[in-house]
Design a protein. Structure first.
Length: 441
């Protein structure tokens, strides 16, 4: 098979695939990116609704996102980054309890959301976090297998008063991953606590997709191109692609697959071990519906986000007030509220049209944010693969997957299924994979 020695095919034009392609191209490689959707960005999608700029996927960049922030600088968008200030709100017994994210410890100690006894009991998380911390990173969670023995709910029932789980930790997990602590491993929460860090959180003025757009503009990205199969041939890689013009076969020295786990298992099984295929095929993702309300009046609730206890709303994962993220996101005096719904709600409304989904969502959200009754615009986005669910025992299977990786294979597969869903995980895992090609020493 004839192909340039420094050529690569990238499957998926999300932030991970684009970051990998960018890194290879800057190193002098010939790179082509294939994307099934009509546009790049993946789960870093941004939409414009009139004068409003709305992230319907990834929104902010934590201070620990070193690889992503470096990519922002390289793409010439550093001046577009601003620090995100705001408050986290948690409703309980008809009252909103606010914690300023710039002063979380002081505000948390003052809040009446939890009793003093429960606040003290939460210190039990500290030694658990310190023990797990060396194994919690942006590469993979395989090292945390020894800590991955119980769900968050099981840990809380064993170690903490009930209100800690009900009114703080489970709402936090719903906000992060759109599922409950009865499903997710304790490791999910520990990972987030580790990577959050103390550095300020930032966001791009034009939305997260301004980064993916900047990268894609300088790359050969082919949208409406569905990859049906990836396999090796000789010392190279072959990708079979379906477009509006029909089927086509592309060859290169290397191929990086950055699709969600079940998709990777379907299109690239011959490049993986049987154990890897089983792991990917069984990796469960939460379906989520994101309903955006562009309100005529800015909401009175001065919060960046609302984390939702099940006692308040079991179907609603979180609310994010995007007008608080950056001053350019919404016109003065107006607001943007993103409502993120859980898997079960999204399944129930899967066949409903957008108008019906908006009405149903409005009913849920209006109880907390009455301003959503009067709208300038609205939008519905349905995510099939939102965040991979790290069930108890998943870390051991991640370790097995990583152990089976053959660095000499011209096809490599990476994604958030090895860690947790985040911009920096996508960027870090993809760039690490291609760096081995750029510098194989």
């Amino acid at each position: 098979m004839s192909h340039p020695a420094r050529s690569a095919l990238i499957v998926g034009a999300g932030i991970g695939g684009l970051a990998a392609a960018w890194r290879l191209q800057r190193a002098g490689w010939q790179v082509t990116v294939f994307e099934r959707a009509p546009h790049p960005a993946g789960r870093a999608r941004t939409v414009r609704l009139g004068d409003c700029i709305v992230d319907v996927g990834a929104t902010v960049m934590l201070g620990s996102y070193d690889a992503t922030l470096a990519l922002v600088r390289e793409a010439g968008l550093d001046s577009e980054l601003d620090v995100v200030n705001g408050k986290m709100a948690i409703p309980r017994d008809g009252q909103m309890h606010l914690v300023d994210l710039q002063h979380p410890v002081a505000d948390f100690l003052r809040t009446r959301l939890l009793s003093p006894r429960t606040k003290l009991a939460l210190l039990k998380l500290v030694p658990v976090l310190l023990k797990a911390a060396p194994h919690l990173n942006f590469a993979h969670l395989g090292g945390a297998a020894g800590m991955d023995t119980e769900t968050l709910a099981q840990f809380c029932r064993r170690s903490l008063p009930a209100e800690a789980y009900d009114h703080l930790l489970n709402p936090m997990l719903k906000f992060l991953y759109l599922h409950n602590g009865e499903q997710g491993s304790l490791v999910e929460l520990l990972w987030w606590l580790k990577v959050t860090g103390l550095k300020p959180t930032r966001a791009l003025a034009g939305g997260t997709a301004s980064l993916t757009d900047a990268l894609a503009a300088q790359l050969d990205v082919r949208c409406h191109a569905e990859v049906l199969a990836v396999h090796t041939q000789g010392d190279g890689a072959v990708v079979e692609v379906r477009t509006a013009d029909g089927m086509a076969t592309h060859t290169a020295a290397k191929c990086l697959v950055t699709t969600p786990a079940p998709v990777t298992a379907r299109i690239a099984p011959s490049t993986l071990t049987e154990r890897q295929v089983r792991f990917l095929a069984s990796r469960r993702y939460e379906r989520s519906t994101v309903v955006t309300f562009c309100t005529r009046r800015r909401p009175a609730l001065d919060a960046l986000m609302v984390q939702m206890p099940n006692a308040v709303n079991a179907d609603l994962a979180t609310l994010v007030f995007q007008h608080q993220i950056h001053r350019q996101r919404a016109p003065a005096g107006k607001g943007i509220v993103n409502a993120y719904f859980m898997h079960a709600w999204s399944e129930r409304h899967l066949q409903a049209d957008d108008a019906a989904v908006v009405r149903a969502a409005q009913t849920e959200v209006q109880r907390l944010v009455p301003e959503v009754a009067e709208l300038d615009a609205h939008h519905v986005h349905r995510w099939q693969h939102t965040a991979a669910l790290t069930e108890t025992g998943a870390c051991a299977r991640i370790a097995e997957f990583v152990a089976d990786v053959n660095p000499a294979n011209p096809v490599q597969c990476v994604g958030d299924y090895l860690v947790q869903a985040s911009l920096n995980v996508a960027v870090s895992t993809a760039q690490a994979a291609v760096q081995r090609w750029i510098d194989p020493r």
